[in-house]
Design a protein around this ligand. Structure first.
Ligand SMILES: NC(=O)c1ccc[n+]([C@@H]2O[C@H](COP(=O)([O-])OP(=O)(O)OC[C@H]3O[C@@H](n4cnc5c(N)ncnc54)[C@H](OP(=O)(O)O)[C@@H]3O)[C@@H](O)[C@H]2O)c1
Length: 261
């Protein structure tokens, strides 16, 4: 199936590794030009070179911190300057600290709002004028299954990403006649270095086989997911084949989500 994404451009956050890298790699494989964002320039440049070497795509990097308003403005400006248009925005990055809600003061809350909600608002606001002018665009937000099924210690993310779901649904209505669709993806447990930080030893890096097996026992499919399994949905949602879908929340979680919808 041809996803008909050739000649289109994507701006992908958190793209030096993990889920964002897999998304950028797959979109590049589908023939898109991709702009990759992350804070650390060196791993970002290495990731971009790997994608160029393996796909032949045009890849551009922007080292920036999406928690900062000025960086969000710069990200959009540089991507537009380089490619002339942004057809697909993938809002993806890290996440605020874990811990009991009572342990967070106003500053920690404000930072979480900047990271999880305002980055989405700012980057989306930056790309929308071009998308509406072209009558074609895709906004795809990566959040987490914990937003639909809250877990203790994940409160900063749950509360702020719940805001993203409300923002995305409202925006999907406002954009419904403009050719711009809006989606939110809620991954379950996906094998990235972050998984080790959050659920494994507490250290970033590969997750051990033992840790993976322990996590897998709580997942109906009996395994954690692969970053490519998020990327595949993003590529489909980005494609014209998904033109009649908008305002949706998708969980990609090996069946772990316990709600009926
Ligand atoms: N892995 C899972 O099981 C899982 C499950 C549910 C939800 N998620 C969510 O999915 C997203 C991606 O997770 P992942 O597992 O792929 O994480 P990851 O492997 O740690 O990758 C995170 C990426 O985001 C970049 N990043 C982090 N903070 C940033 C910031 N402030 N500004 C710009 N870039 C930033 C990182 O590069 P730099 O450090 O260089 O900036 C890196 O490229 C996160 O929001 C995570 O909470 C993950």
């Amino acid at each position: 199936m041809d996803l008909n994404l050739k000649q289109r451009t994507a701006l992908v956050g958190g793209a030096s590794k993990g889920i964002g890298y897999a998304i950028a790699h797959l979109l590049a494989t589908e023939g898109m030009q991709v702009a990759l964002v992350a804070r650390h320039a060196e791993p970002l440049a290495e990731a971009a070179q790997r994608i160029r070497d393996e796909t032949g795509a045009t890849v551009f990097t922007i080292a920036a911190d999406i928690r900062l308003a000025d960086d969000c403005t710069r990200i959009v400006a540089q991507a537009l300057q380089h490619f002339g248009r942004i057809d697909v925005l993938v809002n993806n990055d890290g996440a605020p600290p874990l811990g009991p809600l009572q342990s967070f003061d106003d500053l920690k809350w404000a930072r979480a709002v900047e990271q999880n909600l305002m980055s989405v608002v700012r980057l989306t606001r930056g790309v929308l004028p071009g998308m509406t002018a072209n009558q074609w665009g895709r906004i795809i937000n990566i959040t987490a299954l914990s937003v639909l099924q809250p877990m203790v210690n994940f409160g900063l993310s749950v509360a702020t990403w719940a805001g993203v779901i409300g923002y995305a649904k409202t925006l999907s209505l406002e954009m419904a006649t403009q050719g711009v669709t809006v989606h939110t993806i809620c991954p379950g447990r996906i094998a990235t270095s972050r998984l080790g930080t959050v659920f494994g030893s507490g250290q970033p890096g590969e997750v051990s086989a033992d840790e993976l097996a322990k996590m897998a026992s709580g997942i109906p499919m009996g395994r954690v997911g692969a970053p490519d399994e998020i990327a595949g949905l993003v590529a489909f949602l980005a494609s014209p084949w998904a033109a009649y879908m908008t305002g949706c929340v998708h969980h990609v979680d090996g069946g772990r989500g316990a709600s009926l919808l």
